[in-house]
Design a protein around this ligand. Structure first.
Ligand SMILES: Cc1cc2nc3c(=O)[nH]c(=O)nc-3n(C[C@H](O)[C@H](O)[C@H](O)COP(=O)(O)OP(=O)(O)OC[C@H]3O[C@@H](n4cnc5c(N)ncnc54)[C@H](O)[C@@H]3O)c2cc1C
Length: 464
């Protein structure tokens, strides 16, 4: 090892095509900032990689100097996995590109792209990839964790559409993985997180999606238990064209919500319908929203899919305080419904929320061991997120989240979606995430990264 002194950094700067940013640079604070403002770490350097060559150069440099490496995709992870104090961030932000092949219905996507980049390019062909609900999220971290959102019941998890990836491994070599080449690596990338290498390009199968029916139904928070008892039966039996995630939340102070409701604590379902919209079909499908209790507000409209994908972006811009925790659920027990109502009534801030994302429908088509994602028998992936702009409220939102999670966890399946693990480095939580797939993941890790070079993630240490 040569150590990471000024000369070594100068050599790295010269070798990279993208800029190397260090604390001496004026833009350092902006570049090191991540989505969650609760995270404030100071890497020794940030290598802004424009492509595979820069990624290989950065990995070779880290190998030579012994500096710890963290990989940044969209910078959205709750625990700030892409930053290590005193480490080197391999930043894929400049690697944002999308190439659509409309004939074969595939898209190749650069490793640092955001969901909005992908939606924008595929939408022009009336195609899309099932992914998350905010356009500012990184394709990289979301995909490697699994990826769920408005199209999950119809088209499955994001990983179910992942057909190939170009990966720079820990030894600097480059492989393309498909179901035929390095199939164990593709299996692990489908849910195993950032443990196995740097993905410089993802290839997705595309699906028809253009204009979708979007609706929001809100009920008073006092109605949470009634609504949940209805929702837990209705949604799993509904056609796969209908997705609806459940939330406890405060009504956002913005249209389409009427002013008297702004800030009111409610429970809600946000719907996305991919079936035909002609002849008032959306209203027919959603006429059931009156069944559990009269809604305080119901709004439905057709919308281009990318408009739905960007709908919540302004509500949660970069720079807020976030603390989140998750769990998978196969049902919502009466006891769990009571917990949701209690903590919904005690929402600590206007942006704090709990979401239950459906992971049934087409997401159940794959068997439990078919991909690294181990909860194909779950019906919902839940997340509790304490959110607020004011750093003075960091303790308050964290405590609400921890208390809510502690009360709810006994009614869960015992593990969480890897992208909803609030903190890093907790082996028990990571094991609970991967259940029976954990041992195989550790074996694949041993094959591709025996030294645990990529450890700034929800880590799966290599099998001995
Ligand atoms: C506002 C918001 C909304 C969200 N909504 C959803 C949702 O609807 N559905 C959902 O499934 N998840 C959702 N998430 C969770 C999201 O999937 C995770 O936060 C995910 O980690 C974000 O990925 P990223 O690339 O932006 O983050 P980063 O912090 O950049 O990366 C996260 C992890 O992935 C690794 N990584 C990223 N890119 C690569 C790459 N190209 N190669 C190798 N490793 C890589 C990093 O090293 C790190 O370990 C949401 C998060 C936020 C903040």
């Amino acid at each position: 090892m040569i150590g990471m002194d000024a000369t070594a950094l100068d050599n790295l700067r010269e070798a990279l095509r993208g800029p190397l940013v260090t604390p001496q640079d004026a833009e350092y604070d902006e570049i090191r900032s991540v989505y969650n403002a609760m995270i404030d770490r100071r890497p020794a350097a940030i290598a802004r990689c424009t492509g595979t060559a820069d990624v290989r150069t950065t990995i070779a440099f880290a190998r030579q100097t012994g500096v710890e490496v963290a990989v940044r995709g969209g910078g959205h992870s709750g625990p700030g996995l892409c930053l290590i104090d005193g480490g080197l961030t391999l930043d894929l932000s400049p690697t944002r590109w999308v190439r659509v092949d409309p004939v074969n219905r595939t898209a190749q996507v650069g490793g640092g792209s955001l969901l909005g980049d992908l939606d924008h390019e595929t939408h022009t062909f009336g195609l899309g990839v099932p992914a998350g609900i905010n356009s500012t999220t990184g394709v990289g971290g979301l995909t490697l964790g699994g990826g769920h959102g408005h199209l999950t019941r119809k088209y499955g998890l994001t990983i179910d559409s992942l057909v190939a990836a170009d990966v720079v491994l820990a030894d600097g070599s480059v492989v393309t993985t498909t179901e035929k080449e390095h199939p164990d690596l593709l299996w692990a990338l489908r849910g195993g997180g950032g443990n196995f290498g740097v993905v410089t390009s993802f290839t997705f199968r595309l699906h028809p999606v253009h204009t979708v029916g979007v609706a929001a139904t809100v009920w008073p928070v006092e109605q949470t238990q009634d609504v949940l008892r209805w929702y837990r039966e209705f949604l799993p039996a509904a056609p796969e064209d209908l997705n609806g995630f459940f939330a406890v939340m405060a009504v956002p102070p913005a249209p389409p919500f009427p002013e008297p409701l702004h800030g009111r604590k409610v429970c809600a379902v946000i719907w996305c319908y991919t079936g035909g919209l002609e002849g008032g079909r959306l209203d027919d499908v959603l006429s059931v929203v009156n069944d559990p209790a009269p809604p305080a507000f119901h709004f439905a409209t057709p919308m281009p899919y990318p408009a739905l994908q960007t709908m919540f972006d302004e509500l949660v811009p970069k720079g807020l305080q976030w603390y989140w925790r998750g769990d998978f659920f196969d049902t919502v027990s009466d006891e769990a419904a009571a917990v949701h109502e209690r903590f919904g009534r005690e929402l600590p801030t206007g942006l704090s929320t709990m979401h239950l994302y459906p992971v049934d429908g087409a997401a159940h088509d794959a068997a439990p061991g078919e991909t690294a994602w181990a909860y194909r028998d779950a019906t919902w992936s839940g997340v509790i997120a304490g959110i607020d702009p004011d750093p003075a409220n960091a303790g308050l939102i964290r405590q609400w989240c921890v208390d809510y999670w502690s009360a709810l966890h006994p009614h869960s399946m015992g593990g969480a979606y890897v992208n909803f693990l609030g903190e890093s480095g907790d082996t028990d939580s990571v094991r609970a995430t991967y259940r029976d797939n954990y041992a195989r993941l550790a074996a694949v890790k041993h094959t591709y990264d025996p030294d645990n070079f990529f450890h700034a993630n929800q880590n799966i240490p290599p099998a001995a």
